[in-house]
Design a protein around this ligand. Structure first.
Ligand code: IVH
Length: 709
């Protein structure tokens, strides 16, 4: 038994030491933070259960990683500590209880000291009042910056907490960090601790430059910040646009040191800001742990609203005397804890890279992954977009890869972990032939996409039918990709029009299709006959003709026959259509094969727009046109409108609702789980941001609510 325990302890200690070096010294982690945390937790638990196997050199006793020889060593005047983690609300509450107990015990000790009898008094002191201060947990790397007589003189990384690396020349290039403190009377020495990080926008710009130069991608802002800071040549650091947040004091010496011996941490932050040091705005104090928990959960939802990455919330005791009472363990203070968000990045095995062919013939490579839980769901596939993306990322089957799923964004393979690449692996190459029909794939010069151009490719046909039946189009329940494949394989259908002549006995004759599901499918097909015209127009899959253009065309022409009869000029004159759409639409309707297909849809009973729809559109257009020509973009989920309904409401008032934000956007309406790119863009362009109530007001009055910029 204890042999096994000892073996597991040795394994864990060695593995954690290895990963510490990868992360802290080499800036090239091999496993996700979440996996690393799990190893440390397992080791802590084992050590707690087996105190007899304690080891002073265990990584649990240390902070950070070993020091590299590239930089001179700097001994920290005061140690730079780490933080303990809370992975959920219960662990946060357990920490608050420990804080409460620690403070109560100290008061009791003091009381015992006074009356000297050692009994706990009947009227034992009231539970201590604790004010918690919450800061964001910035995902960067900790440094200590030293000012002497108010001048920046030195900067060091955390290193092992006792000795760090001298990165003075590199830190001197960070614009956020003043070279001189803004005070006439600085203390002799002032050390400020905080986090160096890279904004998302700088990270994106850095990757765009790397891509343009044909250099490898950076995996995430944290690794880029760490790698940028620890460059041998500070001139390289200077090109990397790093930023800094201050959150802690190190050594303070001199006659004016007392000014920084504030009673509260929040006062210290204000004092640091007054010196011209960057202090983050999102600092809030709470007097109950319930309020702290609510605050942490609320940031967990909003983490993508920021232009920098955070991986949690740091909760600290605000009162400095209480902090001293609580003290620290060998590696972390007892007066603070890091509430960690669930991970959005994980590492997993890339089993294979396959290519799927879509309805337009586009061949898209995608990653087949060892399933991994990340960003709130299990991910087993992720798109790799196109040939160049695979090449830029240089991911290969057999690689361990970093997978990222942030918020409602689709999962992404960020890149490989090069140090874990199996020997003998070769770069992946794009297949030369369509995996579905076997015809050659083509990639026209200068284009990013590779395509199957065979007219009768089964994959394209199936995808077209699935698109026709999909949400946003004819919305035929029960007709997913698999069912489509069954129907085409049995040669029951060749295109969507064939759906409308399907018979019950044809369906029940299919493998594993019972009478009930066959009946349900026929019922949903029947229901789709009456879909409003914008759905049918979208379902046709005409290039460039998306739901928004389909809606404005319907509002203008009411029936499919009138859309078909329109000239390109008449179509292009419709606001929100334009020449490109007008041309593809007329070209599509001009083809005999398409006209024949439409007639088969018509004789299958599919509605081509009718008097009712036209009447409804007339009602809509009788609304006063308060948003005439204005664009209102919607992101996230609204409570009272689907996306389509929100767009319809804007269009009914003469406006439009495009899919992206620009300078001309009147307002961005933000619901739950909004897309971060629209939000960031709106913020950077100064586009007013509305919640749902503000949107309803805009619809009712045509005016932006008071107080919106
Ligand atoms: S306070 C003695 N505040 O998280 C406590 N740390 O996991 C000193 N971090 O080493 C740290 N944001 O690199 C503190 N607002 C914040 C922070 C923060 C990020 C980092 C820091 C620390 C690590 C511990």
């Amino acid at each position: 038994m204890s042999v096994d325990v000892q073996r597991r302890l040795d394994e864990l200690r060695a593995s954690i030491a290895h990963h510490n070096e990868r992360y802290h010294t080499l800036d090239a982690p091999e496993i996700s933070d979440a996996d690393y945390d799990a190893l440390v937790r397992e080791l802590r638990a084992l050590e707690a259960d087996h105190p007899e196997l304690a080891d002073a050199t265990s990584p649990t006793q240390a902070v950070g990683g070993p020091i590299s020889s590239t930089f001179a060593a700097v001994e920290h005047a005061r140690p730079m500590m780490s933080l303990d983690n809370a992975m959920d609300a219960d662990e946060l509450r357990a920490w608050a209880e420990r804080v409460g107990r620690g403070l109560t015990a100290a008061t009791e000790d003091a009381a015992v000291g006074q009356d000297g009898d050692g009994d706990v008094e009947a009227d034992s002191p009231a539970p201590p009042v604790v004010e918690y201060v919450c800061e964001l947990k910035f995902d960067g790397l900790a440094i200590s910056v030293r000012f002497e007589q108010g001048r920046f003189v030195q900067a060091a990384t955390r290193g092992d907490g006792r000795v760090g690396e001298d990165v003075t020349a590199n830190v001197a290039t960070i614009a956020d960090i003043p070279h001189r403190l803004s005070t006439d009377a600085p203390p002799d020495v002032l050390e400020v601790r905080g986090e160096v990080y890279m904004t998302r926008s700088s990270f994106d710009a850095l990757n765009a430059r790397a891509e343009a130069a044909g250099e490898p991608h950076f995996v995430n802002p944290r690794n880029s910040a760490a790698g940028s800071l620890r460059q041998k040549d500070a001139a390289v650091t200077a090109t990397r646009d790093l930023s800094f947040w201050s959150y802690q004091l190190g050594e303070v010496v001199g006659a004016r040191a007392g000014e920084f011996a504030t009673a509260r941490h929040t006062e210290l932050l204000a004092a640091l800001a007054a010196l011209g040091l960057p202090v983050n705005d999102h600092v809030e104090t709470f007097s109950s742990i319930d309020a702290v928990v609510a605050h942490c959960l609320s940031w967990q939802e909003r983490r993508h609203d920021l232009d920098y990455e955070i991986d949690g919330v740091v909760v600290k005791v605000d009162d400095i005397v209480q902090r001293e009472t609580l003290g620290s363990t060998s590696r972390a203070p007892r007066w603070a804890i890091a509430y960690k968000f669930p991970p959005e990045e994980q590492t997993t095995l890339l089993r294979d890279i396959q290519v799927s062919v879509g309805r337009t013939g586009r061949a898209t490579p995608f990653a087949v992954l060892e399933p991994v839980f990340v960003g709130g769901s299990t991910v087993s596939m992720a798109t790799l977009h196109n040939e160049d993306q695979v090449q830029v990322k240089d991911v290969r089957p057999g690689d361990t890869v970093v997978v990222r799923k942030a918020g409602d964004v689709i999962p992404e393979v960020v890149g490989p972990v090069p140090s874990l690449r199996p020997a003998g692996s070769v770069p992946w190459s794009f297949p030369t032939h369509c995996p579905s029909c076997g015809n050659p794939l083509v990639r026209p010069e200068g284009e990013a996409d590779t395509r199957c151009v065979a007219p009768d490719c089964p994959a394209q046909r199936d995808q077209k039918i699935a698109f026709f039946a999909g949400r946003g189009a004819m919305d035929i329940e029960g007709l997913g990709e698999q069912m489509v494949e069954k129907l085409t394989a049995a040669e029951l259908i060749r295109d969507p029009a064939d759906l409308y002549t399907l018979q019950l006995d044809e369906l029940t004759a299919l493998d594993r299709v019972g009478a009930t599901s066959a009946g349900n499918l026929l019922a949903s097909i029947d229901e789709s006959r009456g879909r409003p015209l914008p759905k049918l127009l979208t379902a046709l899959g005409i290039r460039h003709l998306g739901p928004a253009a389909a809606r404005v065309l319907t509002a203008e022409f009411h029936t499919l026959d009138r859309v078909m009869a329109a000239t390109p000029e008449e179509l292009a004159a419709v606001d929100g259509v334009g020449e490109v759409i007008a041309n593809t639409v007329t070209t599509w309707f001009a083809l005999d094969a398409n006209r024949e297909y439409l007639e088969r849809l018509r004789s299958g009973g599919v509605s081509f727009g009718d008097a009712d729809a036209a009447a409804a559109a007339d009602v809509a257009s009788s609304l006063s046109q308060t948003l005439e020509g204005r664009a209102v973009v919607v992101t996230g989920t609204l409570a009272n409108f689907s996306r389509d309904e929100a767009a319809d409401a804007v269009i009914a008032r003469g406006g439009k609702s495009p899919g992206s934000v620009s300078k001309k956007t009147l307002a961005l309406v933000v619901g739950d789980s909004p897309g971060s790119s629209k939000l960031t863009k709106a913020e950077s362009l100064g586009v007013p941001i509305l919640d749902e109530a503000g949107f309803e007001q805009l619809l009712a009055t045509g005016e932006l609510p008071d107080g919106t910029a």
